[in-house]
Ligand binder design. Structure first.
Ligand SMILES: [Mg+2]
Length: 171
């Protein structure tokens, strides 16, 4: 299932060094919020997130939030971190990512999308030709039934990815 496979998998976003992006000529990073920058619906960024964002900025990377959650959730969070944002991004559809890149004058080959969900974040990146898709392990399981189902459906994809592409699993 290559369309569902991430290009790389890290445990936490804060484990990804800036050189990882710079080496691959990435100039823009589209960031998921829930379970990527903090736990689901938590208004406070996870420990180390702000320092990590600062390191990415220092490396010259443009950072943008791309979230499927609504503006009342995303806006105050993005503001706190000094990031621009797109809410209700409709991932896995790639149009939000494509629009964001176009707005910043960046080609899809120069962008990475980071998120915790195979069927939204990773699929979105893989549907945008050339974009780099980076999976992070969810921080805390959600309790809604829809999420529980999605997490169950992720398991076979993650197991096969771990087996076949251990070189792209960074933990
Ligand atoms: Mg998420």
């Amino acid at each position: 299932m290559p369309i569902l496979a991430p290009d790389h998998w890290f445990r936490r976003i804060t484990d990804i060094p800036a050189e990882f992006f710079v080496k691959q000529n990435i100039r823009l990073i589209a960031l998921d919020v829930d379970n990527t920058l903090t736990t689901h619906d938590n208004p406070v960024p996870a420990e180390g997130t702000e320092q990590w964002l600062e390191k990415m900025r220092d490396a010259g990377l443009t950072l943008v939030i791309l979230s499927n959650n609504n503006a009342p959730r995303v806006e105050p969070f993005a503001e706190k971190l000094g990031l621009s944002y797109a809410a209700k991004a409709a991932k896995p559809l790639p149009f939000g990512l494509i629009r964001t890149c176009r707005e910043h004058g960046i080609s899809l080959k120069e962008c990475a999308i980071i998120g915790d969900q195979i069927y939204t974040d990773i699929l979105c990146g893989n549907l945008a030709p050339g974009a780099l898709s980076v999976l992070v392990t969810l921080m805390e399981p959600e309790d809604k039934p829809f999420f529980r189902l999605k997490r169950k459906l992720e398991q076979p994809v993650l197991c096969s990815f771990k087996k076949r592409h251990s070189d792209r699993v960074h933990f």
